[in-house]
Write a protein that binds this ligand. Sequence first.
Ligand code: NAD
Ligand code: UGA
Length: 480
Amino acid sequence: MVVKNICCLGAGYVGGPTCSVIALKCPEIKVTVVDLSKERISQWNSDKLPIYEPGLDEVVKACRGKNLFFSNDINNSILEADLIFISVNTPTKTFGNGKGRAPDLKYVEGAARLIANIARSNKIVVEKSTVPVNAAESIMKILKANQRSGVSYQILSNPEFLAEGTAINDLLNADRVLIGGEETPGGEAAIEELCAIYEHWIPRKNILTTNTWSSELSKLAANAMLAQRISSINSLSAICESTGADVAEVARAVGLDSRIGPKFLQASIGFGGSCFQKDILNLVYICESLNLPEVGAYWQQVIDMNEYQKKRFTSKVIESLFNTVSGKKICIMGFAFKKNTGDTRESPAIYVAKTMLDEGASINIYDPKVEETQIYEDLTHPLISESPEHVRKHVTVFKDAYSATNGCHAIVLCTEWDEFITLDYEKIYDQMMKPAYMFDGRKILDHENLLRIGFNVETIGKRLGRPFVRRRWSSNPAVL
Ligand code: NAD
Ligand code: UGA
């Protein structure tokens, strides 16, 4: 089989960009991205795509209607396809066995059943969603149990490593593409088919082939190790704030060791995004299922440290504001979980907003790319607030940073958007309540300049404004 027709189930943050790039690089292949959501598909077919991702508009415009299609006609698309990507969501279970830890595989299972019901010819089914180890086996069981005569399947694991905000670059210049499959002649042939697609633009030496389990576990391992670096530097940021050290200097000194490297050592308010927490919880759950509690506890600590960091930073805001934010107006600058995306899933800004609201503050929010409706949806979610009315009354969303900061007691910077670096902070200071506070949760601002203007400034991993009083260390812990 030479793949001429690809179907992707799931037109989300992974399915959309990944298949757009495949269409761009493989003009001879017809790529159809399908979704259950009519709204999402109509957005993909409009001028305003459902997700903001630098460079994505250009890729979609170059291919849409030629060899790239977005459709709700799932059945036909499956029927026509030689190869099907499963790129559906795999959220953490919110009920029953494994609640709060195990991934909910109902969408993956639903996709497998859909394929089994509809397929009339041989298919290569590619698991692109992030799944637990052994998920390919479950998909195969469902497909085999419902197999029509004359139809055969090969299942591959091809996890996606793109990061939001840099997805197009990550896809075009992937460090590696990972393909796992069965070590049988059929499995190896399917792996070769998928390699041939990626080889349109990825050098063969960067395409790694492994067995299915290694591929599935590598995805969870990569996310766990990336998140672990952030939790490690964030843990050190707490030590820096209690001493005279600067976490940026520590990160630089540590990262210059070529064995450690400089990336993912940016201390922050804590990591967010739809995957780090979900995938580590998944890993912890696997460890527990395999009776490896010590291994599970080790990875759980990465999440616990992230929770601690969010809480520590938010408590610092309240303590600095004379221990109460009740009746005060706080501006949250940035609501997305990182810059260059409009995605708010697990964004630390949600935690900050929730705490401020619970403590009686009113909040003004500005983010360059997050829609107002999304902000209200996040903050009125039952897990965040018991009273949607309270949220609507005390949260105002603004279209620019200057109006959002007007009359506020404090600014809490939660997302590292570039435009926040170059704002006119003299102007902002003049229109704020005094004393005016700036809490830089991303370490991106010019703190010396802010102090000169008159702000009280707090950031992550560095003491500012207050002179460091050198402690006398004693061997007796009671006499510090
Ligand atoms: P998403 O929620 O943005 O998109 C998933 C889409 O799948 C939704 O639009 C949903 O309607 C659709 N869907 C569900 N069941 C379907 C079905 N049976 N048929 C057709 N469509 C169906 O999720 P996402 O962020 O794109 O993530 C998808 C997977 O990729 C997850 O497993 C995630 O862990 C993984 N992943 C995500 C990223 C990322 O940056 N977001 C990166 C790498 C891997
Ligand atoms: C992450 C991984 O980087 C991708 O490889 C993976 O494919 C993806 O998860 C996934 O499986 O979904 P993403 O969450 O989109 O990508 O973005 P990251 O750049 O990893 O950032 C995640 C969070 O960590 C953000 O909140 C970011 O601000 C924070 N972060 C990142 C830090 O606090 N410090 C850093 O040094 C780096």
